[in-house]
Design a protein around this ligand. Sequence first.
Ligand code: FES
Length: 120
Amino acid sequence: MTERFQPSTGPVWHRVCDGPELTGSQCREFVIADTPGFAFRHQGQVYAFINRCPHLGIELNWLPDRFFDREQTFIQCSTHGALFLPQTGHCVAGPCAGEHLTALPVREQNGVVEVQVSPD
Ligand code: FES
């Protein structure tokens, strides 16, 4: 009997940028499958979140690729100033304190940063 193999339907990784582009607090915005997101490196690790504030559901930033507060400590929503931990997306101050950003699966492989975005 001949074995039949199904084509892989595993998760798809989408390229965001080259890894060395993410230095300091430099972020990279992207839109994949109509989902806006951003990626950055924090303490050597790459993170990615959907660009949507849990307070009003709008995008966090006013300026391209700018997501961090002045001290480069927290992700900051530019509309009402909510502050989010970069490691988890948890909101620690502002009108949506206790809520969190939506993290995306992210990896850095062969010098390229890639994310997975699930269609809603
Ligand atoms: S919309 Fe982000 S804090 Fe209000």
